[in-house]
Design a protein around this ligand. Structure first.
Ligand SMILES: [Zn+2]
Length: 65
């Protein structure tokens, strides 16, 4: 995915470039390098460690008649 005219220095086009496992955004026009804001694997790790959302409201909703 290319970020058109997203360079903070010159307003050029940014392309993702992987370097040592990290993804940086590099400007095609001036070479300005910025780190990518968010890595998708962070989201995966959160989803993997999230406990199952089980609630026991069903028994409480029964009317004690
Ligand atoms: Zn630039």
């Amino acid at each position: 995915m290319i970020n058109l005219k997203a360079c903070a220095r010159c307003g050029g086009d940014l392309i993702p470039e992987e370097l040592l496992g990290d993804i940086d955004l590099v400007c095609l026009q001036c070479g300005h390098r910025t780190s990518a804001p968010a890595a998708p694997r962070t989201t995966y790790s959160i989803l993997a460690t999230a406990p199952p959302a089980r609630t026991r409201q069903r028994s409480q909703q029964r009317r004690a008649a």
